[in-house]
Write a protein that binds this ligand. Structure first.
Ligand SMILES: CC(C)(COP(=O)(O)OP(=O)(O)OC[C@H]1O[C@@H](n2cnc3c(N)ncnc32)[C@H](O)[C@@H]1OP(=O)(O)O)[C@@H](O)C(=O)NCCC(=O)NCCS
Length: 162
């Protein structure tokens, strides 16, 4: 019998898992690299302003490991009392190391965040991003976010209904 054909993308993703941030991973997370031109999209203005009022208790953050290697980071905020609607259930930050982008790791991380949102009883997840060349818009739309509005700073507000 011939060997089963395993799609290359699945084979390369087989060891992905989400773990809590720890002393062992925090340095690697801080050193995750970006492709040229991605820096300007990493933290839209609205996130920076909101971060000063966010309750750390409501923050969820996970490191993406491929085997033992740190390949990404994802965080969200789940706070039904947040003053702004789009920060009540929100993808806060996602970053996949430059060398590991395009392998399905970002999608895997978003799937984990959606699962967490469901477990917390949320009925949607928002994300804010800046539209533009080299930015994450195509990724967010590809994994299921639909634009629903705009912030006062011109960032796109997008949403996935759960
Ligand atoms: C955005 C980011 C997290 C995507 O991670 P990734 O691991 O490369 O994405 P995936 O491989 O899981 O891609 C998922 C889907 O999006 C698509 N996609 C990803 N980036 C894309 C791009 N720039 N243009 C078009 N499609 C894209 C993929 O083709 C894939 O589609 P498919 O599943 O139908 O084949 C990564 O590029 C990154 O870290 N960027 C820098 C940081 C950033 O901008 N973060 C967002 C602001 S917080």
């Amino acid at each position: 019998m011939p060997d089963a054909v395993i799609p290359a993308s699945l084979g390369r993703m087989a060891d992905l898992r989400l773990v809590e941030l720890s002393a062992a991973t925090i340095v690697a997370v801080n050193n995750l690299s970006l492709k040229p031109g991605q820096e300007e999209y990493l933290s839209p203005v609205s996130y920076g302003i909101a971060a000063t009022v966010v309750n750390p208790q409501t923050t969820w953050q996970r490191v993406v490991l491929d085997g033992d290697e740190v390949v990404g980071f994802v965080s969200g905020n789940f706070d039904p009392d947040a003053p702004q609607e789009h920060f009540r259930s929100v993808l806060w930050r996602i970053n996949v190391d430059a060398d590991d982008q395009g392998r399905g790791i970002g999608r895997f991380a978003v799937t984990g965040l959606l699962e967490e949102a469901r477990n917390r009883g949320m009925d949607h997840v928002n994300v804010l991003y800046e539209a533009g060349e080299g930015g994450p818009q195509a990724f967010f739309e590809r994994v299921g976010f639909t634009p629903v509005g705009e912030t006062e700073y011109g960032e796109v507000i997008a949403e996935i209904r759960l």
